[in-house]
Write a protein that binds this ligand. Structure first.
Ligand code: NAI
Ligand code: MG
Length: 358
């Protein structure tokens, strides 16, 4: 029987509550489809930072490198600055494992009410593809004159042709695959070439080059400011949206909000060259405001597990999980509070697991 080894990093807050649900759901799908999963858990988190001064050990990246995939909850907790938790764990993993594509599907599921009046599942169904290892999130820069009235901060963004071309090519590939299964075949580029005068005109130039390589795919581009408005006003315009690290980050929180709740939004940090394991994590964070109460929505974690199984080649098992989510969401009794329901994490999880068995 095929088996996969998964490194799990539940992390902080609700990460600890939703990752076990995703594991149970993935196990149930694996049993149904005839493969096995073995899990190795790592306690890397802000709690570990408080105890040891490190989010993960020095050789952390190497400890997870020889697994088939990484399944992560969320990291971040009050008391540890967010840039410490992010740069101490998530960003090193993304960069050293070359997880250069961040893929975030946005789909209005049946049974979920969009905050946009009258929108139907057919109208909100797109994918945000975010550049994940360069762009605006860079260590280049510095601060001078701390604490004086001349205090200053400089932060450089990095856009390479290699990094830009490959993320755009990846977005076009996804659009082609989707077109083959009935979608429109359209890529939207998020830009800001009016205000940002070096990197974003470069981004636009590369987008034009990549578009000419894919004549079968239609394209459009919008400055990020109006694009955020279009996400709200015209979510039906979008099929695949490609953006830089910062713009993709923003759009991939806005997208799920439009599709109902960040509590259902999945994400994958992909190494498309498959030279290292890819990492799968819900879009949401550790949610300190609801952590420990047993009320977090586990759907994002389960949908994220589905993306992981799909990446591992277990496409039918992934579909089983997605269907189970949809079945569970149809009943208001098993919807969590962020979706207007009354259920706690446990009954929601139970209904998903039960639906996998059906
Ligand atoms: P957040 O996603 O943790 O929470 C935002 C809001 O959404 C909160 O009101 C929360 O209760 C709600 N929410 C999120 N997930 C939910 C779920 N599954 N079910 C029900 N409600 C849910 O974002 P926030 O508050 O900005 O960040 C909290 C911490 O998480 C910070 O330390 C931040 O750095 C970290 N974070 C970590 C991420 C990661 O590890 N990938 C991603 C985003 C934030
Ligand atoms: Mg974000």
């Amino acid at each position: 029987m095929t088996g996969y080894s998964i490194a799990t990093i539940p992390g902080d807050g609700i990460g600890q509550e939703v990752i076990p649900v995703g594991q149970r759901a993935a196990e149930a799908a694996a049993a149904k489809h005839g493969f096995t999963l073995s899990w190795t858990e790592f306690d890397w988190s802000c709690q570990r930072y408080a105890e040891t001064g490190q989010m993960m050990p020095d050789d952390g990246v190497d400890q997870v490198r020889n697994h088939d995939a990484i399944y992560l909850g969320a990291v971040g907790w009050p008391g540890v600055p967010d840039h410490v938790s992010l740069w101490g764990l998530l960003i090193p993993l993304r960069r050293q494992l070359n997880l250069w594509a961040n893929v975030r599907p946005v789909r209005l599921l049946k049974g979920v009410q969009s905050p946009l009046a009258g929108r139907t599942p057919e109208e909100i169904d797109f994918i945000v593809v975010r550049e994940n290892v360069e762009g605006e999130y860079s260590e280049i820069g510095g601060r001078l004159y701390h604490g004086t009235d001349q205090e200053m901060a400089i932060q450089e963004a990095v856009f390479t042709r290699r990094g830009t071309d490959r993320i755009m090519e990846y977005a076009f590939q996804i659009a082609s695959e989707r077109k083959a299964s009935g979608y429109r075949g359209h890529v939207t580029s998020a830009t800001k070439s009016n205000g940002i005068m070096h990197s974003m005109p470069f981004w636009d130039e590369r987008f034009e080059v990549m578009a000419t390589r894919h004549p079968e795919i239609a394209t459009s581009k919008y400055h990020i400011d109006i694009l955020t408005a279009h996400f709200v006003l015209h979510p039906d315009w979008f099929d695949v949206v490609v953006g830089s690290n910062l713009f993709g980050d923003i759009l991939s929180d806005l997208g799920p909000a439009v599709a109902g709740s960040i509590g259902i939004a999945p994400a994958a940090n992909i190494n498309p060259d498959r030279t290292a394991p890819s990492m799968f994590e819900p879009v949401h964070g550790s949610a300190p405001d609801i952590a420990g109460k047993g009320i977090a929505n586990p759907v994002a974690a389960v949908w994220t597990a589905a993306m992981m199984l799909e990446h591992l080649g277990e496409v039918e098992a992934a579909k089983t999980l997605e269907r189970a989510i949809e079945v569970s969401l149809e009943s208001p009794v098993t919807r969590t509070r962020d979706l207007g329901g009354t259920a706690d994490t446990a009954p929601c999880a139970q209904s998903i697991i039960a639906a996998i068995g059906q």
